[in-house]
Design a protein around this ligand. Structure first.
Ligand code: FAD
Ligand code: SF4
Length: 462
């Protein structure tokens, strides 16, 4: 019999005082005993609202039922029917907005820890050697290329290979995974987990190539001659800056550069690695999303005296995952809400010494329903800083669109799709952050899977 009222099993985590000093994973996987207790809480609702609200429709009650029977191979294969990145999604998906946010137990007892169970299933199945990649259909003789190796392209490539096509992934960097690797830190998502999930896609026979920047190394027009169809999953890797005076001072980073140095180049291990990073005594991070939390928590691990997140709205409007905000607070990251940066203050050597800001109050809601920040006259103040990290969003990199004049993009550089979900070029499809301008891992995967279905239909008619 299900036991929904037993306490939710959240698993163990490194203590805040210890984890502030290392880049090891913060949250531990559920133990077998915790996972069995947690699986017992699920009611296996016939209408499965959890599954309906998952962007890729993971078979949640079915995989949890298999966990309850301690049949991990079956649990993993239930998840793998719709998602080939379960160890990643179990760790970084915003479950509170999707599956767990719609669990029927939420109000009375607390949602089932679906993310924790997904992660437990993937990690245990892999350790036991029972996590099996889908077997591809017979070769179709069609060749497809996926540009970028973030979650969107990985999901698309796996689906296309499942259908029997010859699939190649081209990646501009020297390592695979997109934001998963260069943006999300190892203390949230260990590099080994990314490697293993990429290996699963490779084991299906998908070919991977690094150091190929499409638009420079090779043009999209050339790829169109070589391949029967193309998927563009090149993400949104171009940082947005504030445009305030002093922003070019030494000590100002975009979150993109700061996180890439730490996560991709492993600057926190300098001088064992080639890339250095220094933060000084006081760090200010500007923004309220996942990038801001990741930048602040990485900066904290470099052991300055203070790290402060400055956000122009209040806590309620912050778009970051709730768990990341809590973890940042536990790690002594401070928050200054309702402030707008006006000027980077610097010394005679062009080095940052502070940030001039004004205070805000909340006004009328904007188009997204978030209340607008309104400046309070005469509220100016200066926060001391040696390092300022700007984490206010990213845009698509224009390398492909600039070298492909027929590919329609919006003013913000986002690739335009017609009502059938196609780009302006026949046989060229796109998804993930390059069409959304910034979203989540699961939405990027959903786009990749849906585009693969469209590509299958397109190739059938070719
Ligand atoms: P990306 O992950 O950006 O991958 C695109 C890839 O394409 C990159 O590897 C890039 O190098 C490559 N590329 C670009 N141009 C070219 C080219 N011309 N030729 C070849 N390759 C190219 N979402 C969550 O759900 N949970 C989180 O906790 C979370 N945390 C985040 C933290 C940070 C710091 C950031 C920045 C984002 C976070 N997100 C999170 C959002 C999520 O990571 C993205 O929405 C998702 O990765 C988008 O996937 P994608 O495949 O479209 O693009
Ligand atoms: Fe289980 Fe909650 Fe989904 Fe119902 S909504 S099947 S209780 S996880």
């Amino acid at each position: 019999m299900p036991n929904p009222s037993s306490p939710r099993q959240n698993g163990q985590a490194q203590s805040p005082a210890v984890r502030r000093t290392n880049f090891e994973e913060v949250a531990k996987s559920l133990t077998k005993q915790e996972a069995l207790l947690e699986a017992e809480r699920c009611l296996h609702c016939p209408t499965h609202p959890c599954q309906n609200s998952c962007p890729v429709g993971v078979h949640i009650p079915d995989f949890i039922a298999a966990v309850k029977e301690d049949n991990i191979g079956k649990a993993a294969s239930e998840i793998m029917k719709t998602s080939l990145l379960p160890a990643i999604c179990g760790r970084v998906c915003p479950q509170e907005k999707h599956c767990e946010g719609h669990c029927v137990l939420k109000a009375k007892f607390g949602s089932v820890n679906i993310g924790g169970l997904e992660r437990y299933t993937a990690d245990t199945a892999r350790a036991q050697g029972v996590l099996k990649a889908p077997v591809p259909a017979a070769n179709t003789g069609k060749k497809v290329v996926c540009i970028g190796s973030g979650p969107s392209s990985l999901a698309c490539a796996a689906e296309l290979r499942r259908a029997g096509h010859d699939v190649t992934v081209l990646e501009a960097l020297h390592a695979y995974g997109g934001v998963l690797r260069y943006g999300i830190p190892s203390f949230r998502l260990p590099r080994e987990v990314i490697n293993k999930e990429v290996e699963t896609v490779q084991s299906m026979g998908v070919h991977f190539k690094t150091d190929v920047l499409v638009g420079a190394t090779v043009k999209l027009a050339d790829l169109r001659k070589e391949y029967d169809a193309i998927y563009i999953g090149s993400g949104a890797g171009l940082p947005m800056m504030l445009g305030i005076p002093g922003e070019n001072a030494v000590g100002v980073y975009s979150a993109n550069e700061f996180l890439t140095r730490i996560n991709l180049m492993q600057a926190y291990k300098f001088p064992q690695t080639d890339t250095p990073i220094q933060v000084g005594k006081h760090v200010i991070v500007l923004g309220g999303g996942n990038s801001a939390m990741d930048a602040a928590r990485c900066a904290m691990r470099l052991q300055p005296q203070s790290v402060t997140i400055a956000y122009r709205r209040s806590r309620e409007e912050m778009p970051a995952r709730a768990a990341e905000v809590e973890h940042a607070q536990e790690e002594s990251v401070q928050f200054e809400f309702l402030v707008t940066p006006k000027e980077v203050v610097k010394d005679e050597n062009n080095r940052v010494t502070g940030l001039r800001c004004t205070r805000n109050e909340l006004g009328e809601p904007d188009a997204k329903g978030r209340r607008r920040p309104v400046e309070i006259p005469g509220s100016e103040f200066v926060m001391p800083a040696d390092t300022i990290i700007v984490a206010i969003g990213q845009r698509p990199n224009p390398t492909i669109s600039k070298t492909t004049p027929d590919l329609k993009v919006t003013e913000r550089g986002v690739i335009e799709l017609n009502d059938k979900g196609e780009t302006s070029l026949p046989g060229v499809f796109a998804g993930g952050d390059i069409i959304r301008g910034g979203a989540t891992v699961l939405l990027a995967m959903k786009d990749g899977i849906e585009a693969a279905q469209k590509i299958n239909a397109y190739l059938e008619g070719k």
